[in-house]
Design a binder for this molecule. Structure first.
Ligand code: NCD
Length: 447
């Protein structure tokens, strides 16, 4: 059986997410009665970044399933301190040591690297500012329990939308389940372009700038206010009608959930950036439009949700953290093959891969931070005109100056229409003249 990893929330189809929830429902009914389910299995937790909830709920989940846990209390005490690569560490731990790896790492794309080198399933417990799919499962599970459904919900994502990996995974999932996403970033913490790009191109969810609104208190300190009037399922069915509806600004009358995040200060250096940060308090929750808004947060919080909100029945953040145990129990059982999922049709993404051509420009990408030279950059072509590439590890999107045809060893300026004619399997890209010349490519002169 092929092993299965969870690196991005998009590794699970909507139907598979529902199946994980159904298993979680079942296990949650008797958390103490599951100790035979994973007996004899070992899970290793490799956390290269601090964690309380994610790590402890994973470890608790495995104990409740009757399995065992091995861990490195502090990765600085592991051979990482001696310069061992991520690839070598996971090859060893994912050998006879453990049947499942859970990894958290400061570099975006690290979980993907771990998955490609380990023989056992790998779960991404947060890779830099990229994704955090298991937190999204807890978030969606809570949201659906509270609201009864996901489609059509109005969900505000607020705070640090730039570096919060929980927000990126959640945005994809909300778009896929047909919820509306309203983004309220703190100044200079807007959703990254690559996330917006993917929401648009893969999930038909086009963000739109929205001026003003009813939540002035909250938006006062916020830079921009986007709304996403998407209906992905309907869009697929009724493209024209939905698109014309999407052109219009919607008035949001009722917020269903307000998802707040802390400023991810470990991922930026200019602390002044976080000076004007939106805050949630009881006064905000008394405003029109917020009466049904549940307040969510992946935790830890700092001061972005005042403690008075904890007493409000709409506060859900401690509940989200509690769901971590049944959700992660379900996921462990699934990935160990003990409770396999029924696999339905999968979304085909017909992109072209480019190997080893350029460097990723994202300094937090694992291809930039990992030593040893064993990781070759890899990109997918997002669009040919303009020519843009997406890093296969951290997903950052970048342009390239020169596009080559491998079969003919010819190169074209990226803006040339000839780029459209290159066969998908033959396409490659270069940063500058020196790099294409070094590989023996010749510039195609205008015909
Ligand atoms: C989040 C994370 O690590 O990304 N925490 C968590 O796993 N619940 C959010 C955060 O650290 O702000």
């Amino acid at each position: 059986m092929m092993k299965r990893d969870l690196i991005s929330i998009n590794d699970l189809t909507n139907d598979e997410i529902e199946q994980v929830f159904a298993i979680a429902d079942e296990l949650a009914g008797d958390l103490r009665g599951c100790e035979q389910l994973c007996r004899g299995n070992i899970m290793a937790t490799l956390f290269y970044e601090p964690s309380t909830r994610t790590r402890l709920s994973f470890e608790s989940a495995m104990h409740r399933l009757g399995g065992n846990v091995i861990t490195v209390a502090n990765m600085k005490d592991s051979s990482t301190a001696k310069g061992e690569s991520l690839a070598d560490t996971v090859r060893v731990v994912g050998g006879n040591y453990a049947d499942l790896l859970v990894i958290r790492h400061p570099a975006a794309g690290a979980a993907r690297v771990a998955a490609s080198f380990a023989d056992v399933p790998v779960i991404n417990a947060g890779d830099g500012g990229h994704e955090h799919p298991t937190q999204t499962l807890c978030d969606l599970y809570t949201l659906r329990q509270q609201k009864g459904h996901l489609e059509g919900l109005e969900v505000v994502l607020c705070g640090d939308l730039k570096y919060s990996r929980t927000v990126h995974s959640l945005a994809y999932a909300l778009a896929r389940f047909g919820a509306n996403i309203i983004c309220i970033p703190a100044p200079s913490f807007e959703m990254p372009d690559y996330v917006l790009e993917k929401l648009g191109s893969e999930f038909r969810c086009q963000p739109e700038r929205f001026e003003g609104g009813e939540f002035d208190d909250l938006v006062e300190q916020a830079d921009a206010f986007y709304i996403t009037p998407n209906r992905p399922h309907q869009l697929t069915l009724f493209t024209d009608a939905a698109e014309s509806r999407a052109q219009k600004r919607r008035v949001i009358k009722n917020i269903d959930a307000l998802y707040m995040t802390r400023a991810q200060s470990e991922r930026f250096t200019n602390l002044e950036e976080a000076a004007a940060y939106p805050r949630v308090n009881e006064a905000l929750l008394r405003r029109p439009g917020f009466q049904d808004a549940i307040v969510m947060h992946p935790l830890p919080r700092r001061d972005e949700i005042s403690y008075e909100v904890d007493r409000d029945p709409r506060s859900m953040y401690f509940k989200q953290a509690q769901q971590g145990v049944p959700i992660r129990m379900a996921l462990i059982a699934v990935l160990l093959g003990i409770r396999p999922l029924q696999r339905g049709p999968r979304r085909e993404v017909g992109q072209v891969a480019i190997h080893g051509a350029l460097r990723c420009w994202n300094e937090s990408c694992i291809t930039r931070t990992e030593q040893g030279g064993y990781l070759l950059p890899e990109f997918e072509v997002v669009t040919r005109q303009p020519f843009r590439l997406r890093c296969a590890f951290c997903e950052a999107v970048r342009p390239a100056s020169w596009v080559g045809d491998r079969s003919r060893k010819r190169v074209f300026p990226a803006e040339s229409t000839d780029v459209m004619g290159i066969a998908g399997s033959e396409i490659t890209a270069f940063e500058d003249v020196e790099s294409y010349e070094a590989e023996g490519y010749v510039l195609e002169t205008a015909r």
